[in-house]
Design a binder for this molecule. Structure first.
Ligand code: ARG
Length: 457
């Protein structure tokens, strides 16, 4: 098949070599962005009198037809035409004749593909931001209805101090809020136009890069043509932000998986988000949470992959860069799919309030409170710590908890203990009293939820 770039070649490529070099199997995802970019480019060519208005109109209406065909899934692509750019140009020429060949005036596939990807990511980032907001909304709902639900708080996965389950949910809300902000910040670098950089050096035609940038809704243009065609930082930044989102989801997944176990029994997944075992009839596996935890690895992989692809490429464009797309597409699908499933899981899970509460009634997570109690009565904290440590040891030896020791036994250890210690040992009191800003106290959590709601607007 005759190539659009075939002039200086004497032999045609062999099919299997051609197939190896082609990107059409995956870059056809950019079809709409590619047409959009071409429309802006051709209108600019007309406006700058680089081509006649008549030619501009012809090409533009050809592009409109291609757009309709693409929307109706009627465009056929061939490997012989290598990638989405050449496939579309070929279709355009077939449709409107040789005048279609004027579209590529003052443009290269190098600035073209970069433009497509900036447009694509801009849209997908907005989509992911919406997905984040949906999940945050669900988290807020779960948090709000569980402000006074108690759960053991852990450090080192050892019971530490009781916390509000709502507070625990809100911890993830704020992680996702930062993820949202990171994506927003990245738009400064995503939403700029490489179009008009040409192959690498700019062009002799009197183009107007600001006009195409404006038509495409970009906030500005790349200032250097070499940089414009070979920058993939914006994709790397996206993959890094995506990795961060997945890391947050994965940590949360790990907790959901633990909490669903017989050992914890803090939550139960809705049947929709769990599966059974083909052999063990009793099983209910938190598959979706495990899968999201697993998919985190792929997204990290895409980030590492592209960093490695880029590290040895001299300026400007190199074919290596064609490898930037599949990972980016897959990261988008993975992050968006995971966020959606996650919102469903969280919104439908059963929170076993009574069971969680029983846990904090029967552990030593109120020990800090007891030490604080003594400290507030003037006992130096280090001494108080030692006293309570001994009391915990005594309880462990006797198989009881701090609330089961008699006042006489307390007084024996230190005279500062009074009847009111039993009130302080109550996990509700323990949680309620931690009202410091950002703390787990019920009033602090309520404040945080209110603030979160205003952030979401
Ligand atoms: N398919 C190519 C890619 O995705 C488009 C740019 C090709 N440019 C070139 N000079 N071969 O990277």
């Amino acid at each position: 098949m005759k190539k659009l770039w075939g002039g200086r070649f004497t032999k045609s490529a062999e099919d299997w070599v051609e197939a190896f070099g082609a990107s059409i199997s995956f870059d056809q995802l950019l079809v709409m962005q590619d047409i959009q970019g071409s429309m802006a480019h051709v209108q600019m060519l007309g406006a700058c009198s680089i081509i006649s208005n008549e030619d501009m109109e012809k090409i533009h209406s050809g592009l409109v037809q291609l757009q309709q065909k693409a929307a109706a899934n009627e465009l056929e692509y061939s490997v012989a035409n290598e990638d989405i750019h050449l496939n579309l140009e070929k279709h355009l020429i077939d449709l409107i004749g040789p005048v279609g060949g004027k579209l590529h005036t003052g443009r290269s596939r190098n600035d073209q593909v970069a433009t497509d990807m900036h447009l694509y990511l801009r849209d997908e980032i907005a989509g992911i931001q919406e997905d984040l907001r949906s999940l945050q909304t669900v988290l807020l709902e779960v948090a709000e209805s569980n402000i006074e639900t108690l759960i053991p708080g852990y450090t080192h996965l050892q019971r530490a101090q009781p916390v509000s389950f709502g507070h625990h949910m809100m911890a993830y809300f704020w992680m996702l809020e930062r993820d949202y902000g990171r994506l927003q910040d990245s738009l400064k670098r995503v939403n700029i136009s490489p179009l008009g950089a040409g192959a690498l050096a700019g062009t002799t035609f009197p183009i107007d890069r600001h006009l195409t940038a404006e038509k495409l809704g970009f906030d500005g243009i790349y200032e250097n043509s070499l940089d414009a065609v070979s920058d993939r930082d914006f994709i790397l930044e996206f993959l890094s932000n995506s990795s961060m989102i997945m890391m947050h989801l994965s940590r949360f997944c790990e907790e959901l998986i633990l909490w669903s176990s017989q050992e914890f029994q803090f939550i139960e997944m809705d049947d929709t988000f769990a599966t059974g075992s083909s052999i063990m009839p009793q099983k209910k596996n938190p598959d979706m949470a495990e899968l999201i935890r697993g998919k985190t690895g792929r997204v990290y992989g895409h980030l590492m992959g592209l960093l490695t692809i880029m590290k040895g490429t001299p300026l400007a464009y190199n074919k290596d860069m064609q490898e930037d797309k599949e990972g980016m597409f897959d990261a988008v699908t993975t992050v968006r799919g995971s966020l959606k499933i996650f919102a469903g899981m969280i919104g439908t899970m059963t929170v076993n309030k009574a069971h969680m509460e029983k846990q904090v009634q029967n552990d030593f997570s109120n020990a800090t409170e007891l030490a604080d109690y003594l400290a507030s009565k003037g006992v130096p904290f280090r001494e108080a710590h030692e006293i309570v440590g001994k009391l915990v040891l005594l309880c462990i030896q006797r198989g009881i908890f701090l609330k089961d020791l008699s006042l006489a036994e307390y007084k024996q250890t230190n005279d500062a203990f009074e009847e009111d210690i039993y009130h302080y040992l109550d996990p509700y009191t323990v949680v309620e009293r931690r009202k410091s800003a950002g703390g787990t106290g019920f009033s602090a959590v309520r404040k945080a939820i209110d603030l979160a709601k205003t952030r979401m607007q």
